[in-house]
Design a protein around this ligand. Structure first.
Ligand code: RB5
Length: 145
């Protein structure tokens, strides 16, 4: 199961991504926001991060206007690795090298078709492990200090 969430700045793109993933037969749990009313992106990151930490969802997609605020918020959750991606190569590396749980997008920055390619690439990629795991361990060693 894939978790998805956005603030108002990512609301429209979230809808398009949910439809796109449904067409690919990928099950998505939508944690809101559910209207275009203004909301605070840390509140929108919360349920997506919690669902991943609880093991209810394997990966997540978070969207705000730029993707910046919501990625900052997500990365404050201990154990979560969220990657703001504006290109396909970064989306692939975010999983292969960084084993990111969450891909973040800017709804006011990244066009719909590119966003679909970024999301598909992220979801289809697999973590390569090895030396990359050592580096991830060092990130979490900082977190645990
Ligand atoms: C909301 O106006 C906007 O600040 C938010 O969506 C995001 O871009 C923050 O990083």
């Amino acid at each position: 199961m894939i978790a998805i969430g956005s603030d108002h700045g990512g609301y429209e793109l979230k809808g398009h991504i949910i439809k796109h993933l449904a067409e690919r037969g990928i099950e998505v749990k939508d944690f809101g926001t559910y209207t275009e009313d203004s909301v605070d992106y840390p509140d929108c990151a919360k349920p997506v991060c919690e669902s991943i930490l609880k093991g209810e969802c394997e990966r997540g997609i978070l969207i705000c206007g730029t993707g910046i605020g919501i990625s900052m918020a997500a990365n404050k959750y201990k154990g979560i690795r969220a990657a703001l991606c504006g290109d396909v190569f970064s989306a692939k590396m975010a999983k292969e090298h960084n084993n990111a749980h969450i891909v973040c997008l800017g709804g006011r920055v990244t066009g719909r078709e590119l966003a679909f390619m970024i999301v598909d690439t992220f979801l289809d990629a697999e973590f390569l492990g090895g030396r990359h795991q050592n580096r991830i361990d060092k990130i979490h060693a900082i977190e645990n200090k």
